[in-house]
Design a protein around this ligand. Structure first.
Ligand code: ATP
Ligand code: MG
Length: 411
């Protein structure tokens, strides 16, 4: 995994547009905040939005064909009843104050597998500048403009790709003459989308420090070993937080065994002998894994967390939410949740309520755009309470038809 190594403001995704991706027939999220919370009934599309990020990240790490096949190809991926290509469009800034860049990726199924129907990168230099495409590809053919600040006057080069399923940003981003393309490639390959499986965190991997937690968390011991060797003060902070949240816990040990594997152990204060992590509690391991990601001195530049409430005591959720917020100084976070306790720590602008419309497609509305929500909040109500009372309309699983009550704009 690349490490950006800089402490400058992180890249920010500000808009996401998706078409024909499972239940996401056509969805657009604008003004995405550094911490975004997705709410909604079961089956409303939260994990699907989450998976869009995972899909892109897999395309960049393992190739489009891998990510495509793993999801059952067009047959399963394309929205039921639709024929058009699958579209993912991101608008992002590399850093605060930099121009907004649009990344547009459309994928269709060809006779021999997935094909990039369209891929382009566009920006507008200055407020008055015209939109300018500095990378433009279709089915493996296209051109890119090189240079630090690609512009109309810069050299435009035709660079054919080896096959039509190759992502141009991934291919060209490896070369130093396309710094803007390289920055996007580095950004996407750095994303961390968590599919934490507690059982996996109990495994005993080969010893060796590893900087990044894997998606399933099966290298948790290696990450603890890395933090101990490289960031001991940070690790002590993590243990301090864990001690506060898990009564009787004293510290976590990650030691190499004679056979070269790593042994993760939890030491409870009252006892001399530590407990093997294999026998530690689910919540302890989950909290430890989240802390390792959120307190990483150089966290991934985008972090996705699904339903953090599973296994954790509800009183810990506001703290975890605050921790997520603090982490946004160095990263962007997308969290799906069903927990009113986690929700209470969010702001109405950070919350998107998802629901399926009458055609079965996912729609999203910002909590702050639902009539009455901000008024109730200013009178002292909490988001969690409003949500449980069904004030968000379609976000409520017991309300089955129509649009959200008093919905303002659709987003
Ligand atoms: N190709 C497709 N076309 C249309 N709808 C689809 C397609 N593939 C999956 N779906 C539907 O999309 C729904 C959204 O599921 P998703 O897992 O995103 O929900 P969720 O909000 O995460 O729910 P939960 O709270 O239960 O985790 C699924 O229930 C499924 O029925
Ligand atoms: Mg889900």
């Amino acid at each position: 995994m690349p490490r950006s190594g800089n402490k400058l403001s992180p890249p920010r995704i500000e808009q996401l547009r998706v078409e024909n991706y499972r239940a996401l027939r056509a969805i657009e999220l604008k003004e995405i905040t550094p911490l975004t919370v997705l709410l909604g009934a079961n089956g409303s599309g939260k994990s699907t939005i989450f998976d869009v990020f995972n899909f892109l990240s897999e395309c960049f790490q393992f190739g489009l064909r891998h990510a495509w096949d793993r999801r059952g190809r067009a047959k399963e991926l394309r929205t039921r009843g639709q024929q058009g290509p699958i579209l993912i469009e991101l608008k992002y800034r590399e850093r605060a104050g930099q121009p907004m860049i649009t990344y547009h990726l459309a994928i269709k199924e060809g006779p021999r597998g997935p094909v990039i129907a369209e891929e382009w990168l566009q920006w507008r230099r200055g407020v008055r500048g015209k939109p300018f495409r500095f990378l433009d590809y279709k089915e493996g053919k296209g051109r890119a403009v090189s240079g630090e600040q690609p512009d109309e006057e810069d050299q435009r080069k035709e660079i054919p790709l080896k096959s039509p399923d190759l992502i141009a940003v991934n291919a060209l981003g490896q070369f130093s003459d396309h710094p803007r393309v390289a920055a996007l490639r580095e950004f996407i390959t750095d994303w961390y989308v968590s599919y934490l499986a507690i059982e996996d965190t109990r495994s005993q991997p080969e010893a060796g420090p590893q900087e990044r937690l894997s998606k399933t968390g099966d290298n948790l011991s290696n990450v603890i070993q890395y933090l101990r060797e490289t960031h001991p003060v940070r690790l002590e902070q993590i243990f301090q937080i864990l001690r506060r949240r898990v009564p009787r816990l004293e510290k976590v040990l990650a030691d190499a065994m004679p056979d070269g594997r790593l042994l993760l152990q939890i030491k409870d204060a009252p006892f001399e002998e530590p407990i093997l992590a294999r026998f530690a509690s689910d919540g302890t391991l989950k909290m430890l894994a989240y802390l390792a990601v959120l307190h990483d001195p150089e966290p991934p530049q985008f972090i996705g967390i699904e339903e953090p409430e599973n296994f954790l005591h509800p009183r810990l959720l506001p703290e975890l939410a605050e921790e997520c917020r603090a982490a946004t100084e160095h990263t962007q976070l997308l969290v799906t949740t069903h927990s009113p306790f986690f929700l209470n720590a969010a702001k109405s602008k950070e919350v998107r309520v998802l629901y399926r419309n009458e055609q079965g497609y996912t729609n999203a509305v910002r909590a702050s755009d639902i009539e009455g929500v901000d008024a109730f909040i200013s009178e002292g109500a909490s988001l969690g309470q409003l949500w449980l009372e069904g004030r968000f309309g379609m976000g409520d699983p017991l309300v089955n038809s129509g649009a959200p009550q008093g919905q303002g704009r659709r987003r």
